[in-house]
Design a protein around this ligand. Structure first.
Ligand SMILES: Nc1nc2c(c(=O)[nH]1)N[C@H]1C(S)=C(S)[C@@H](COP(=O)(O)OP(=O)(O)OC[C@H]3O[C@@H](n4cnc5c(N)ncnc54)[C@H](O)[C@@H]3O)O[C@H]1N2
Ligand code: MOO
Length: 398
């Protein structure tokens, strides 16, 4: 059987980062920058007020106290967005709002709370030091500064700075478009009634969600049936829109294995047994002229999700231009004894709580509810068949 690490290594050798494209800011969340972004202007672009209050000369208010406020005429109002250049003469002030340009001649802002709030004449009862509540031009970013390096993952704050430096679009690696196809004649979409021998289709829901969580855009085509020709027709029809394909089911030893039967003749997808449980039957390769990577995951629900975590998630990271490797692990103490088949790496479902992990009841690869109760996979190495309670184990948080 093929070792887990060898299977991942083969996948990561095959999968390439997507080509960068121009992406509008509104669609750029989760994309990875393929350019470094500089600011065309200083930020803030002009000296502006950090508070609502009065723009003053600090010297004019230096004697102000609660008992002996300084009385000054208010010569203008400066709301944010104002562009008329105001100048204050010694002994006068303007009203000013947060974000409004500081008038020429003023060197401090007195917050409204230190005044009587007057609009014609204001009584100021606390002095302000020069520079008080003024945000200087360029103190965030200078014109020409790099604000984001190439390779940066665009999250909410990065979108904010892109917009803040006036960018409408960026050159970036897009989020991979992933087609999720589930096969099986016994599958019925949730919401429809079950007939005899049928079950509700769940894998595509798990996998679509997992793709989205991993930064991809997912498209579902559920319950494709068990006919290899129809499977191939559907796959071929949807392939032009996909950067990667995930299938579930139809790859093991049964009489009706549509995925294996349809893809084996192409010669570009390999079906093999990987030394792991769950998830032993695996297939990986490329399809179509664009050599789109395809992950043919086993149909058992726990097997397909575990396979996603181990193989597809790192591959999507590589496609996005992010660091890609095995899932991060932490060490914990198992609260109960564990069993694992010899020669296979087990990924047991567990609940990780601090530095302790408890295996859940129900370790079958069909046990959806047990998977949903877990928040971690407990890794038992190939050479271990039993692990006593209290032993240290490696755990993959989910
Ligand atoms: N003779 C052998 N039989 C099996 C072997 C084997 O080595 N020799 N391997 C077993 C293992 S391990 C697994 S895992 C499964 C993998 O089978 P397939 O990938 O071909 O999947 P199916 O047969 O289509 O389905 C397996 C199981 O999962 C349920 N299923 C499938 N798709 C979905 C879905 N979208 N939503 C919910 N449940 C799904 C399906 O009803 C089956 O119960 O093969 C073993 N057999
Ligand atoms: O190895 Mo299969 O994936 O038990 O469930």
């Amino acid at each position: 059987m093929k070792p887990v690490d060898a299977h991942l290594a083969e996948i990561l050798r095959t999968v390439r980062p997507l080509d960068p494209v121009e992406i509008d800011l509104d669609r750029a969340l989760g994309a990875v920058l393929a350019e470094s972004v500089t600011s065309p202007v200083a930020l803030p672009p002009f000296d502006n007020s950090a508070m609502d209050g009065y723009a003053v000369r600090a010297k004019d208010v230096e004697t102000a106290t609660e008992d002996r406020p300084v009385l000054l005429p208010v010569v203008a109002d400066v709301p944010a967005g104002e562009h008329a250049p105001h100048v204050i003469e010694p002994g006068s002030v303007t009203r000013i709002m947060t974000g409004a340009p500081v008038p020429e001649g003023a060197d401090a802002v007195v917050p409204v709370e230190w005044t009587d709030g007057g609009t014609v004449r204001v009584a100021i009862h606390r002095p302000a030091e020069a520079g008080n509540a003024i945000r200087r031009s360029g103190e965030d970013v200078r014109a020409g500064d790099v604000v984001l390096d190439s390779g940066t993952l665009i999250g909410p704050a990065q979108l904010g700075v892109l917009a803040g430096v006036g960018r409408r679009a960026v050159r970036a690696l897009p989020r991979p478009r992933v087609l999720v196809l589930s096969t099986g004649a016994e599958l019925v979409d949730p919401g429809l009634p079950l007939g005899p021998g049928q079950i509700w289709e769940s894998n595509s829901y798990t996998l679509v969600a997992a793709v989205r969580e991993a930064g991809g855009e997912a498209y579902r085509r559920s319950a494709v049936g068990d006919d290899p020709a129809l499977f191939l027709e559907i796959l071929t029809g949807l392939l032009p829109e996909a950067d990667a394909v995930i299938t579930s089911g139809g790859i093991s030893m049964g009489a009706y294995e549509p995925v294996k039967e349809a893809l084996t003749p192409l010669g570009t997808v390999r079906f093999e047994k990987v030394a792991m449980q769950p998830g032993m039957p695996q297939g990986f390769g490329v399809v179509g002229e664009r050599e789109v990577p395809i992950f043919t995951l086993p149909g058992n629900p726990v097997s397909s999700y575990v396979s996603f975590v181990l193989y597809v998630r790192p591959a999507l990271a590589r496609m996005r231009g992010l660091p890609a490797g095995p899932p991060p692990m932490v060490t914990a103490t198992t609260t109960a004894a564990l069993r694992s088949p010899s020669g296979k790496r087990s990924y047991l479902r567990g609940v990780l709580d601090g530095d302790r992990v408890a295996p859940v009841r129900g370790q079958g690869s069909h046990q959806l509810a047990a998977l949903a109760a877990a928040n971690a996979l407990i890794v038992v190495p190939e050479d271990a068949t039993e692990v006593p309670a209290g032993a240290a184990v490696e755990v993959i948080p989910l």
